[in-house]
Design a protein around this ligand. Structure first.
Ligand code: GDP
Length: 359
């Protein structure tokens, strides 16, 4: 008997074949690998080296609702904090169909072609319901998604805008720590989400179409006020003439608004995201904004103001979720809601009572 057949005979005596043993040991290895989740320190070290797997893992922790994960996420953010500021954060908004995805694809490809590292994030509170109306479908950014200097992360799901915004803001910090120097944050031009995005970016770009009235485009006056630039997209083919006219009109309209705190006069640009035209000019304009706002110190001032704002927001969010998730409150709330239904209490008395409970 050869050595080999001897050993398999031995295993067979014990009723376990060689192949079963090999399978079992590889399964154990896989299981060990799965269990061996990287430690917080390992994740921080890997993120700082620009490791995308570690970055994605940390973002998943940020997005989790498990309190252990949140604690780990918070430690990772702390570990990355001092590496987060060397970037430009750009918010991009516009109604569905205006060409946001097409624009981000073209803009992102341009940025990576000049050596930038681009992270694309989104704030879309509806995405948990609609399964990601923006950025969810990555095929809309075919080239960027394959680009090794780009990182695309769809909107986190969350029940509230506050929750989604917090997660996105923390994700920005991690992306910056991982070496991404240009952060693009997409949001839809309806609802409150652009206010949230405006308060986490350095530059806010509004995409518009020529020839459609503001009402048609669902754009509220407040959004125009927030914009540092309006890019009239689809300025190509038969649409070019109308786009040029719209540029004149928007320029005139923008001059009627009071000067911004940044002392930057918002610009109106033309572009064709589809044909990659005007994209480079938009980047040049954003760079001149950055130079302008750094020179007059608005850039740093604004980031600090934003951080203060998010501190208060985070406290509000945490207090709210701690309150509503407390088992005693949950029960008592049900009772109080029923009492209101039965006309036996008032909202104010009920609220006083619930707030007075220990939690
Ligand atoms: P989003 O909903 O704002 O993300 O818009 P998309 O990027 O998905 O674009 C909506 C449609 O407009 C798609 O069919 C695009 O091909 C088209 N589109 C986007 N940008 C341009 C452009 O610059 N010119 C033209 N002609 N079509 C465009």
């Amino acid at each position: 008997m050869t050595k080999k057949s001897k050993s398999s005979a031995l295993h067979n005596i014990e009723g376990v074949s060689q192949s079963e043993i090999t399978n079992a040991s590889s399964i154990t290895k896989i299981q060990q690998k799965r269990k061996a989740k990287p430690s917080t320190q390992e994740l921080i070290a890997q993120i700082l080296k620009g490791n995308i797997t570690a970055l994605s893992r940390a973002i998943t922790l940020i997005e989790s609702s498990n309190s252990k994960h949140l604690q780990q996420a918070s430690d990772i953010i702390k570990g990355c904090l001092q590496h987060t500021n060397a970037s430009v954060r750009i918010g991009i908004t516009g109604v569905p169909g205006v060409g946001k995805s097409t624009f981000i694809e073209a803009f992102g490809m341009h940025l990576t072609s000049i050596g930038k590292k681009v992270a694309v994030l989104a704030v879309d509170p509806s995405s948990s319901l609609s399964k990601g109306s923006i950025l969810g479908d990555k095929t809309r950014m075919e080239d960027l998604v394959k680009n090794e200097n780009a990182f695309i992360r769809p909107s986190p799901s969350g029940t509230s805008l506050g929750g989604v915004a917090r997660k996105t803001r923390e994700t920005i910090m991690l992306c910056e720590a991982a070496g991404f120097d240009t952060i693009l944050i997409e949001t839809v031009g309806v609802g409150q989400s652009e206010t949230a995005v405006h308060s986490m970016v350095d530059f806010f770009l509004l995409l518009k179409l020529a020839g459609a009235g503001d009402e048609l485009q669902g754009i509220k006056r407040g959004i125009i006020e927030m914009a540092d630039a309006i890019a009239i997209n689809k300025a190509d083919g038969d649409n070019l003439k109308a786009a040029k006219l719209a540029k004149v009109e928007f320029n005139r309209a923008l001059h009627l608004y009071p000067l911004k705190d940044s002392e930057w006069q918002p610009k109106v640009m033309l572009c064709s995201a589809l044909k990659h035209e005007g994209i480079e000019d938009i980047w040049v304009m954003i760079q001149s904004y950055v130079a302008h706002s750094k020179a007059n110190h608005y850039f740093d001032y604004n980031r600090k103001e934003q951080s203060k704002f998010w501190l208060i927001q985070t406290i509000e969010d945490r207090l709210k979720s701690r309150f509503f998730n407390h088992p005693e409150i949950k029960e008592a709330l049900k009772t109080q809601l029923q009492l209101i239904e039965d006309g036996k209490t008032t909202p104010f008395v009920a609220a006083e009572y619930l707030l007075s409970l220990k939690n």
